[in-house]
Design a protein. Sequence first.
Length: 284
Amino acid sequence: MAGGHSPGVRRRRLSAALRRLRDDSGMSAADVAKRLKWSPGKVTRSERNEWKFPKRSDVEALLDLYGMEGEERAHLLSLTEEARGRSDWHEYADLFTGPLPDLEAEAVRIRTYETVLIPGLLQTPGYAEAVSRASQVVPPEQIERKVTSRMARRGVLDAPNGPLLTAVIDEPALRKVVGSHTVMAEQLRFLAGMAAHYKVTLLVLADEVGAHPAVDGAFTLFDFPQPEPGIVSIPTVVEALYVEDPAYFDRHTLVFDAVQNLALDPQGSLDLIGSIAAEHDKKA
């Protein structure tokens, strides 16, 4: 699954590009609809990624209207074909209420702040199983597949074009007993090992920092190739929320930068992880 194909994200890229081209043209959605003899709703749906399978003929009509030629035109038409495919994650589609695996596969950078859990891309099977069982949201018969899918997601970190991951983890997440002390000791040792991965930066926000800008909750930032907008993901009890608004993304970027600056440096973070893992070992 490493570097998996993500038609859903390609559709999002295509929609963002078409919206940008219309803005640059100075035309309104109503203007475009009138010129192409479409309904205004068809134009807005294409720009909001509310289509299932973009039609090449529709995209060609829009590019003709906007006067788009050359390499960018070829790129957008190629994107149209890729957007019509099926995600490599289709076998796990029933387990995800949002586009998480596709976003991870297509991002160039992922920045995540976690309050009480280890980030999903850095979880061990034992820890992931304990989280799924405790949630009471995942049906018991689906837990094994849920864990398998979570382990498969980590493959993006080994993909040549996979994202860089910066994870800031609040100290309580290291101390909370998820599953058992044995599970936690194993998880923290694995976490320390992942800190050596060339694409992973792991930082711990120590308890002694006290209140901080992100104290209200966890969130994840997905960065994509410019000029595509980033996405903020905020977990809830049942499913995550995904927000594309640039101003919202920028505010969360400022918050993330603040907690990153407050966190221990990489070596200090490893030292704290090691000492807490030892405490779990003693209690196991």
